[in-house]
Ligand binder design. Structure first.
Ligand code: NAD
Length: 414
């Protein structure tokens, strides 16, 4: 099985949840997360899952026969009003996650696609019931203004293109959901916010973890102070990136390296868990000498944050280490953590009270359906999104300070 770095990195979590109830650690898992590498053992793992999942299906059917199915049926309501969405950029995230998620949306439907690849766009339009007349490219993008079916535009392009296509969408009178990081620079974020205000349209940043119940529960526990005041947060996000020619390794398209792409999850977690803004930043950076992937952007960056309450955070972000995706919040009476923490699915929560550790079970949701429906509802009810443009700008400012701290080897005050 050949894998691409980001895709595979998240796919591990997909496998885990597809066959729910069977944990990865029960499986023989020897796969390494490297681009284009043969993943030893992953077929064995999948077969193991399928065998066990097959037993699961039998068990469910038997239970249905015993209890009778009619009484247990949940008949859903007819669909309410759905806003029309245009997806801009048909790459991995759009194809594998966003477009399929519309099937689970209550308030959002896809009505338009924007792509530089007409064949790909036509195939996806046919699959998702989008009219061929609602396929746009980057040259005629501005004409989305003439399509009243489009309410919201979702920007899923390389980071360095978010600002331009967000601003154009606002100028066309549309609401915008922009992927993270919001843009390459705080100045671009400010221009996006200004464009939204000028057009009187909503602007949201796609911080999907804010719209899923595991991270929401972590926030709830933190706010309850059940474990006492937060002393330290440890957060690690990274993977080994592959193809050296990809846009994620180009400074103009990515804005930076691992921090902008994946380290941002560590930063976000520290901010939403504390509910505070950092006041001081330290950082250290490392690029493996001679590694062609890291000519323009950083490989690994470790950073520390100080929060007003006294909480400190130790974070790492890397394009060079094998997959890490976790954060732990340590209070005076115990700790609570997610690992995986911020993947598309498969979150697991553990809690340690004094010397007892337990795992907390929560019903998962589709992150993308949840965040898109949140945006649609904000538009319908005319309320501000939970993660507006201003939230993306805050992260950009801290990330710039992290880079500055690493370059200057000095503590940066915010
Ligand atoms: P991708 O490379 O798979 O897709 C990018 C798309 O942009 C492709 O369809 C490509 O053709 C198009 N494109 C247009 N102009 C381009 C240019 N000049 N150079 C390169 N591509 C160009 O990337 P992706 O993984 O889908 O990421 C897209 C965005 O989504 C990024 O901002 C990324 O940070 C974000 N993202 C978010 C999550 C999340 O969980 N929220 C996950 C992955 C990616």
């Amino acid at each position: 099985m050949h894998c691409r770095e980001v895709e595979f990195y998240w796919r591990e979590f997909e496998v885990e949840v597809l066959f729910e109830g069977i944990h990865m650690d029960e499986m023989k898992e020897t796969g390494e997360k490297t681009d284009g590498a043969e993943v030893a053992g992953s077929d064995v793992t999948r077969r193991g899952f399928l065998k066990k999942a097959g037993q699961g299906i039998i068990a469910v059917n038997a239970a249905t026969l015993l209890t009778g199915s009619a009484g247990a049926q949940h008949v859903p309501d007819p669909p309410g009003k759905k806003l029309g969405w245009a997806i801009v950029g048909l790459g991995n995230l759009s194809i594998n996650e966003i477009l399929p998620a519309f099937a689970r949306c209550e308030h959002s439907k896809v009505v338009a696609l924007v792509s530089g690849h007409p064949d790909k766009a036509a195939r996806l339009a046919a699959r998702y019931g989008v009219s061929p007349k609602a396929i746009y490219n980057y040259q005629n993008y501005d004409s989305i203004r003439d399509n009243p079916q489009i309410d919201v535009v979702y920007i899923v392009l390389p980071n360095g293109m978010h600002a331009e296509y967000t601003i154009k969408a606002h100028q066309a009178g549309k609401h915008v959901l922009s992927e993270k990081p919001m843009a390459n620079t705080p100045a671009d974020c400010e221009a996006m916010i200004e464009a939204a205000q000028k057009a009187n349209r909503k602007l949201m940043v796609a911080y999907r973890c804010r719209y899923e119940p595991f991270n929401q529960e972590m926030i709830k526990i933190a706010r309850s102070q059940e474990f006492g005041p937060i002393k330290v947060i440890v957060a690690d996000h990274g993977f080994s990136i592959g193809d050296p020619s990809q846009w994620r390794l180009k400074k103009d398209l990515a804005g930076g390296g691992s921090l902008m792409d994946i380290g941002i999850y560590s930063l976000q977690a520290t901010r939403y868990i504390t509910g505070e803004e950092p006041t001081e930043v330290n950082a250290m950076m490392y690029n493996t000498p001679g590694d062609v992937r890291f000519k323009e952007v950083e490989e690994t960056i470790n950073f520390q944050l100080r929060f007003p309450s006294g909480a400190l955070a130790n974070c790492s972000s890397s394009y060079g280490y094998s997959g890490e995706n976790r954060y732990r919040v340590i209070g005076t009476k115990g700790w609570f953590e997610l690992e995986p923490a911020t993947g598309y699915r498969g979150q697991r929560m553990r809690i340690r009270r004094w010397d007892v550790t337990e795992e907390k079970d929560i019903q998962p949701v589709d992150h993308f359906a949840s965040e898109m429906d949140h945006m649609s509802q904000c538009v319908m009810k005319d309320i501000s999104p939970l993660t507006p443009g201003e939230e993306g700008l805050k992260d950009l400012k801290v990330m710039m300070a992290i880079y500055e701290a690493a370059r200057s080897q000095k503590t940066i005050e915010l």
